[in-house]
Design a protein around this ligand. Sequence first.
Ligand SMILES: Nc1ncnc2c1ncn2[C@@H]1O[C@H](COP(=O)(O)OP(=O)(O)OP(=O)(O)O)[C@@H](O)[C@H]1O
Length: 261
Amino acid sequence: MSLTIDGIEFAYGKHKVLKGVSLEVQDGTFCALLGPNGSGKSTLTKVIARVHKPSEGTVTFDGTDVLSLGRREHARTVAYVPQSGEAPFDLTVREAVLLGRTPHYGMAPGAEDWRHVQDAITLLNLDGLVDRNMSELSGGQAQRVLVARALAQDPKVLLLDEPTSALDLRYQIETLQIVRRITRTKGITALIAIHDLNHAGRFCDQIVMLDQGTIIKSGTPAEALQEDTLKQVYGLRVTVEEREGFVEVRPVVEDDLEYRI
Ligand SMILES: Nc1ncnc2c1ncn2[C@@H]1O[C@H](COP(=O)(O)OP(=O)(O)OP(=O)(O)O)[C@@H](O)[C@H]1O
């Protein structure tokens, strides 16, 4: 049982951004999408979230064609956390999290829906903010609301596009721990676009390295985070060590800008 992405091609106009991307993520796996700016991480999450339609390729989850599901069924299967600039600004925090339940109820939310909303609010430590308007939140608070909305949706596949970019260190760690825990306890498949190689190595089971719209490497953190791969993809010398059971990447910074290859 898995999320299977096969031969995805996508272009913005004439600019080809995804060039035959194929990837398999097993159920219950927390998978990081890594790669330099512009390598296609966000675009890939948007294709799975159906924000963009690929010109070629398929996305299936446990054998079901995700790209041709009905709208409601897709929303019950896949939840998408966009970058924080895309928050719904005219709503209170509670209303924004409740949006995640829309695919699950008919005329009005029921007790089960409110339970999911409250659980997500508590998990993301948003209890003190529930009546605040989204427009009054800091970037990091808004980002936590978007994660809570996606968790309230109770999806099978969770897509996160740089969900920790505006978070302080404590909330970065907490958010990654929460996602990791729900992959374990609920068997959810999570795919996260993220820049922090060490967070990816610490919290994720699988790492997929994208470069110019192509997958360069996919494997465990130890398999994917290798010095030669990182040098090739980021154009930067790094050292990679195993520390307390986790892979740790450090840039080799000698003198001003001398690290450039
Ligand atoms: N809406 C758009 N219209 C045209 N080109 C776009 C659009 N969005 C992204 N691109 C281009 O597609 C390429 C891939 O962008 P994408 O946002 O998927 O990369 P990314 O790996 O997520 O980058 P980052 O790490 O900077 O967020 C880039 O060259 C970018 O300029």
